[in-house]
Design a protein around this ligand. Sequence first.
Ligand SMILES: N[C@@H](CCC(=O)N[C@@H](CCS)C(=O)NCC(=O)O)C(=O)O
Ligand SMILES: [Fe+2]
Length: 222
Amino acid sequence: MFEPKSCTYTYLLGDREAREAVLIDPVLDTAGRDAQLVKELGLRLLYAVNTHCHADHITGSGALRSLLPGCQSVISRLSGAKADLHIDDGDSIRFGRFALEARASPGHTAGCVTFVLNDHSMAFTGDALLIRGCGRTDFQQGCAKTLYHSVHEKIFTLPGNCLIYPAHDYHGLTVSTVEEERTLNPRLTLSCEEFVKVMNNLNLPKPKQIDVAVPANLRCGV
Ligand SMILES: N[C@@H](CCC(=O)N[C@@H](CCS)C(=O)NCC(=O)O)C(=O)O
Ligand SMILES: [Fe+2]
């Protein structure tokens, strides 16, 4: 699903038989929409998962725990944010016969995580890897060199046909693959040294909601 103000993608994954589901990167503004979809599909939401402590919007994970009792909020321990469940590199989140493996992919923030489906067919990269781009590294303990190594070691080592689902896209694109990004990503095909130079000279304006979003997201958005 898409949230147009922050151009955020929220992903709902469910097991048809067990009826268990997880949401990845829900947004507060669209939490009602997401809760309704979960109900319409007859799913039980086990987890509302954040790939990182977002700077550009308020997470919906706190609201979803109230809207859908039984749902637990999840974020990495390294994010420093409150949640029902803190995850570390290598942990798994199970729903029905599926599992999402958490791969620490710091660099955009220190606590960024990429979630990889157990059969390696899909990866939810948050802001570590965007389609033909990547997350900025100029706030929240961002570090370009760390991000470069995270993407090359934790994401580009997945099979070429693994689908890449990012947390944002600002150009209307929805999905990519490891092979496409490994060969066509204009930033991550550079050497590490060139990448660091590019990232240190992006000169992007601060996200409009950063001063509200970060403190709220340290408390699940509530
Ligand atoms: N204009 C938006 C913020 C856009 C932005 O900074 N996006 C981040 C990801 C969300 S924290 C980013 O890393 N962008 C990388 C890039 O190359 O654009 C707003 O005001 O919310
Ligand atoms: Fe971000």
